[in-house]
Design a protein around this ligand. Sequence first.
Ligand SMILES: Nc1ncnc2c1ncn2[C@@H]1O[C@H](COP(=O)(O)OP(=O)(O)O)[C@@H](O)[C@H]1O
Ligand SMILES: CC(=O)OP(=O)(O)O
Ligand SMILES: [Mg+2]
Length: 395
Amino acid sequence: MSKTIAINAGSSSLKWQLYEMPAETVIAKGLIERIGLPESVSSVSFDGDKHVTVKDIHNHTEAVAILMNDLKSLAIIDHFSEITGTGHRVVAGGELFKSSVLITDEIAKQIENLAELAPLHNPANAAGIHAFRALLPNATHVAVFDTAFHTTMPPVAYRYPVPNDYYDKYAVRKYGAHGTSHMYVSQKAAEYLGKAPEELKLITAHIGNGVSLTAIDGGKSVDTSMGFTPLAGVMMGTRTGDLDASIIPYIMVKTGITDVNELIDIFNKKSGLAGISGSSSDMRDILKGREEGDEKATLAFDLFINRIQKYIGQYLAVLNGADAVVFTAGIGENSGPVRKAIVDGLSWFGLDIDESKNIVGADGIISTAAAKVKVLVIPTDEELVIARDVEKLSQ
Ligand SMILES: Nc1ncnc2c1ncn2[C@@H]1O[C@H](COP(=O)(O)OP(=O)(O)O)[C@@H](O)[C@H]1O
Ligand SMILES: CC(=O)OP(=O)(O)O
Ligand SMILES: [Mg+2]
């Protein structure tokens, strides 16, 4: 038996789980959320207790330090050397990484260099890798890439209609993200539907602070909504999703912004729900605002739902019909109102929610018996997939 920690740095959160492997027993787990927002929340579940602290956590480096401190101060471990394996989610693997790898100095450098393909994520992922490699020089450290599951996409999905040189010389193509999550929930959905993944056409909707949808045919990703970077696709907590590129020079001229990176930063960090509501990137705040009659929060919600509906429509076309739509991640797992709003507008396609199943803690099929396209909620478990890959690469 050995202890393995899986670390999942998202754009607004850091999730971790400490496992006894190979038994896959969860010893402790933690969630640090609202990173970069006021009143960040850190919670650790261990030994039947939940320890919650609320304070401002400005970035992922601070979050990693809190996690390391909690492991010792809550007596989850006596010595760091008990941890023999660490697994790190890495969002962008580019064309370099098609599966999980053992992290060496060179691999760590390559991950940092891929930050152009995931500016909100790879630096956070690298912060975790750096901190744990320094703390545990003798442990096995593994990188698990969000992009790996999407390497099965055909050129018709991953190429952009730009001059060939941009692909040939600069690898400009769609890479996608959230692959570990899309893979995990699609496999779980197949279990719920009582079929092999090879027999199914699925649309998985990972709706968290980052949002992406994937068309999965026979267990393989054939298209996904995120693109060259996780800025593309549907609207998100702070990201625009797809935009007409002509807006970029237009806004630069109008506002006097001279550095294009400044504008890309605004599209990544100050847009989406945050940009339209003018108040928050967090769906819980948006739902509250909407209930209180806040017009901007209502518009933010409506746009968010509309963009997701349109991608589900696209993927029904890409797959030429689907067996099921699967909701997962922070919003997809927890918000019945969001799921209902999305599905209510897709009734023509044969999606129909059973309201008595669209509840807090929903897990499994939530559609009516008559629905032609099933609807499922599956809590994602990126950490478990990561821990399994650490185990595999430790052999
Ligand atoms: N009960 C809930 N109802 C609605 N939204 C929720 C609920 N719980 C969490 N969320 C939302 O989930 C989002 C964070 O999702 P998560 O998958 O944890 O993010 P990340 O992309 O950082 O991994 C936030 O917008 C948050 O408001
Ligand atoms: C790729 C991405 O957007 O990840 P997250 O949803 O964890 O921010
Ligand atoms: Mg996430």
